[in-house]
Design a binder for this molecule. Structure first.
Ligand SMILES: *[C@@H]1O[C@H](CO)[C@@H](O)[C@H](O)[C@H]1NC(C)=O
Ligand SMILES: *[C@@H]1O[C@H](CO)[C@@H](O)[C@H](O)[C@H]1NC(C)=O
Ligand SMILES: *[C@@H]1O[C@H](CO)[C@@H](O)[C@H](O)[C@H]1NC(C)=O
Ligand SMILES: *[C@@H]1O[C@H](CO)[C@@H](O)[C@H](O)[C@H]1NC(C)=O
Ligand SMILES: *[C@@H]1O[C@H](CO)[C@@H](O)[C@H](O)[C@H]1NC(C)=O
Ligand SMILES: *[C@@H]1O[C@H](CO)[C@@H](O)[C@H](O)[C@H]1NC(C)=O
Length: 507
């Protein structure tokens, strides 16, 4: 019997997906939830890694109607401990904020803090409009998030224009007009960093884009790529682990349809609520596997949820453990507990928990307008049930949720992506694309060197380094990145005579 249940509608934020099944009306963003410790978020204020500042930003950079002159307060974070000062033309490192609270990204981008002393760099982290505390309409989220009339100002092009406007003004205030600016970012923030270098070469001399799938648009990257990598991540730990998970979807569906089945599932997985559906359980399990693949760091981490080092390995260990015998559900329960209950504090699991501690929900708007990134196809070998990426499902969802129709080709019209090597080889410069091959997003990343100064650093499986505290960069080999970035930046910023890149820019 063919079951209709499958994982559908993955509206990704770059780190977070929302998975839902069967009915698009039920789609809600799913985020790491009850188990995210609130302490993690307040850490910043105690650590004093930076000072928060606000800049009066223009609501609409791209037209001159009266309403576009409205302004909002955009937050940015500054750390000037290492800065060599304007007089020395010391550089400014800017993090181009992603779809969430900027403090969260700043706290997880230790890489910038690590390299800043070597360059005497000023550190600046700019929050993306409509996220965190950078909310238009007087900071009123109810108004700002209400409908397409206000959300319409949430776009990548507006965000880049914000960054340019803020950086130029900041440099003026610091009388640091000659200080070179290098932009950094990971995930969506990395896409923005790369695009920023291409669009605003007069504002930044280079970009470091980590795990940034700028090629995951239209048909440039296969829609199966993302889940193929997730599959491979589990398979590479153990074939049995992969097989157990792959077979489990049908078993869940079969069990749910039997008398007493839902109750059995509820008990097996320690679910709080009485009424559970196979679909919601599948989404909940799938979420754990995907997020774990996205954050399969070699050290214990607390980026999404608290997790041990190499969490996929731990999950597969739980599944392969002979102690759980033949009870598939007991195996899966133990595996996903590594994601949902590593701290051991969860009383029961809420499948419909939509809490959003990092303020990522507005990505759904972006995923309904310009960020059409086909990633949720599953071929026969996938660890998830086979399914196709169906663009029209997205359209239906977006019509229902926002009454908007996506523009799936806008990103490549605006930023390119097709035939990237030919296009950027002679035009672009000074971008490092950084990917770990086990990262599911790496499929849509730039994995090949484009030119002498647009380079791809690809960290292979098994080369993970734990020498840095940086969770963000942990998908890849931190040490090698550090060395390459230092050489790259050094040549770019400081070594006036020897650097070809520098000469390219300034002569
Ligand atoms: C900047 O970061 C360093 C390293 O984390 C920290 O020691 C310092 O206190 C920070 N400075 C400011 C002004 O927040
Ligand atoms: C959005 O909401 C505002 C305030 O309720 C309303 O004036 C406006 O027409 C709405 N826009 C759309 C596109 O529905
Ligand atoms: C620059 O200084 C002006 C005047 O004090 C201030 O309004 C503005 O916010 C500053 N710019 C930035 C980026 O902080
Ligand atoms: C993508 O689609 C376009 C238009 O249908 C086609 O011309 C192009 O060859 C396709 N590219 C790839 C990589 O499949
Ligand atoms: C979470 O882990 C603790 C400690 O192992 C356990 O007592 C508790 O039952 C677990 N919670 C759930 C919902 O499984
Ligand atoms: C690209 O070039 C850099 C610098 O020459 C090198 O370290 C790196 O391994 C190359 N990347 C790939 C994917 O070949």
């Amino acid at each position: 019997m063919i079951m209709s249940i499958r994982l559908l509608y993955t509206l990704h934020t770059l780190f977070f997906l929302s998975l839902s099944s069967i009915s698009y009306a039920k789609v809600t963003p799913r985020f790491p939830s009850s188990v995210v410790s609130p302490e993690q978020i307040s850490v910043s204020t105690e650590n004093e890694l930076y000072r928060a500042k606000y800049f009066t930003q223009i609501l609409d950079h791209f037209n001159f109607q009266p309403q576009s002159y409205q302004t909002f307060q955009q937050r940015y974070l500054v750390n000037d401990t290492y800065w060599g000062g304007a007089k020395n033309n010391a550089p400014i490192f800017v993090y181009t904020g992603n779809e969430g609270d900027i403090e969260w990204f700043a706290q997880n981008t230790g890489f910038m803090f690590e390299i800043a002393p070597h360059f005497k760099a000023l550190l600046v982290f700019i929050e993306h409009r409509f996220y965190g505390k950078s909310i238009p309409y007087g900071g009123d989220k109810v108004v700002a998030y209400k409908n397409s009339s206000t959300l319409g100002y949430l776009s990548s092009a507006q965000a880049l224009a914000d960054y340019a406007t803020l950086i130029i003004d900041l440099k003026k205030n610091l009388t640091a007009t000659d200080s070179p600016v290098v932009v950094f970012g990971g995930s969506y923030g990395g896409m923005l960093a790369a695009w920023f270098r291409l669009k605003y070469p007069h504002v930044t001399i280079g970009a470091l884009a980590s795990s940034s799938p700028i090629l995951n648009f239209e048909n440039i990257t296969s829609p199966y790529s993302f889940n193929n990598i997730v599959t491979q991540d589990f398979k590479s730990e153990s074939e049995n682990c992969y097989k157990v998970i792959k077979a489990s979807w049908q078993q869940i569906v079969d069990t749910a349809s039997q008398p007493g089945g839902p109750e059995l599932l509820r008990k097996s997985f320690h679910i709080c609520k009485d009424d559970i559906s196979a679909g919601s359980l599948e989404n909940w399990l799938g979420t754990a596997y995907i997020y774990t693949a996205m954050t399969d760091y070699p050290t214990p981490s607390n980026f999404l949820n608290p997790m041990p080092a190499y969490p996929i390995k731990q999950m597969c260990k739980a599944i392969d453990d002979p102690a759980t015998g033949k009870d598939i559900f007991a195996k899966l329960y133990r595996a996903v507990s590594i994601y949902y209950n590593y701290t051991g504090t969860a009383m029961c699991f809420d499948l419909d928990d939509n809490s959003d501690p990092h303020g990522l929900a507005e990505w759904t708007w972006q995923a309904c307008t310009e960020m059409i990134m086909p990633t949720d196809g599953n071929n026969k070998e996938s660890i998830f049930p086979a399914s196709e990426w169906i663009y029209n499902d997205r359209v239906r969802f977006c019509k229902a949720k926002f009454n908007v129709v996506p523009r799936p080709t806008w990103i490549t019209n605006e930023f390119g992506g097709h035939d990237i090597k030919r296009v950027l080889k002679r035009f672009g410069s000074n971008i490092i694309f950084f990917n770990g091959v086990r990262d599911p997003w790496s499929g849509g990343g730039v994995l090949k060197n484009i030119s002498e100064s647009i380079i791809a650093i690809v960290a292979k499986e098994g080369k993970l380094s734990s020498e840095s505290k940086d969770k963000y960069m942990h998908t890849v080999n931190c040490t090698s990145l550090l060395i390459i970035a230092v050489i790259f930046l050094w040549e770019t910023i400081i070594s006036v005579k020897r650097s070809r890149w520098f000469l390219l820019i300034f002569t």
